[in-house]
Design a binder for this molecule. Sequence first.
Ligand code: NAD
Length: 404
Amino acid sequence: MKNGKYGIGILGLGGRGVFFGGGAFVRNGHFYIECLCDVRQDKIDSAIDWLKDHDLLEQPVKGYTDIDAFLAHPGLDAVVVATPDFAHADCAVKVLQAKKNMFLVKPMAQSIADCDRIIGAWQGSDVVFMVGLELRYCTLMRDCKALIEAGEIGKVIIGTVVDNVSVGGQYYFHGPRRRKAYIKSLLLEKGTHSLDLANWLVNATPRKVYASGGLDVYGGDAPNDKRCRDCEIRDTCPEFKDTNNFKMDYGAVLSDVPDYCVFARECDVSDNSHVLVDYDNGARLTYMECHFTPEYTREFMFVGDKGKIEAFYDNEQNFKIKLWKRFEKEPRYIYPEKSEGGHGGGDTGIVEAFLGCLQEGKPSMKGAKGARDSAAIAIAAAESEESGMPVLIPDVPYPQGIEI
Ligand SMILES: NC(=O)c1ccc[n+]([C@@H]2O[C@H](COP(=O)([O-])OP(=O)(O)OC[C@H]3O[C@@H](n4cnc5c(N)ncnc54)[C@H](O)[C@@H]3O)[C@@H](O)[C@H]2O)c1
């Protein structure tokens, strides 16, 4: 620590690493950037330029292209891991083996075995470990959780969650995320947030998953190397991607983004899916994810033995909760407060929660079970889509006596 602030290192300097790892952590006021790491030197250079331009560097920082040298950097108190999904497990295990506090962006990993490898590596590391499922920290979801915990709808029995992803084409189908080999499934890359929220509200462990999905709007016959910038219909195509100053929903403005045609042959991830989940306490859930809706929102509906709760989420925070008790004539409407920061205020909230764990000074892995369970549903769903069969989620032993 320096001047009462934790020194962080960011591992993986794409949009999420720089804008969230740099932006949200430093703006919290209790962190400063101690060092950076990316396998590409140009990413280190551009991250330093951006952080300087935004007054987010308190001191000159060293950039590493080698993770072992990065982890050995003196003064490194915590690492934000923001590498691509396929690199999460190996990077996370290395960070834990080096006994560094770790904030790992979602999804936890691309296989259930890799999630469990990370949980195993945490044991004996004596550090704080958190996975970046920030939507748990937005006011809407906190209010829903509090209402359910207060017994307003009784025991949760059945639920439906919908991810309307109007930005599916723009975010995923112009680049490597359109391929299973890169992200496994959009249910994992995108859906883990909502699945985690569902698990949290149901308050149970998912056991069995069945899914059906398809690629019905994106993909096609276009060559894999066809780009929007060279396309003859670029002025009229509604899927055209402008690579200059491309804005992400968490505030990042990116310039180095791919603009390959969304109708390319190599697209193979589903752009719409339905998932059915059975929980260990008998509750059940349906989850729908669609990447060609007009709107970009999330909808939640849970029914318990005493009532029903519905919640509406969008990034602009037009939050709304409808609470209706059985046998009552009218529902009640609740409008949760807005808060600062990306992802409906969740980005700010989760950094604060990570800080709280560091300040407590005890080893912890708050939220790790939710991160593992949400990844496990998505991974099992991707397998179920391929095989047409239900998939069982295996158990993992968690350490006793800590909040998971
Ligand atoms: N809401 C959220 O929580 C949220 C939002 C966006 C992205 N993400 C997650 O953040 C991660 C990064 O997303 P992004 O859009 O910034 O991706 P990106 O591909 O733009 O950036 C990843 C960076 O990691 C680097 N890298 C790759 N392998 C590495 C390794 N082994 N060691 C060090 N660096 C390595 C790459 O060179 C690249 O600069 C992904 O896992 C994504 O799912 C989370």
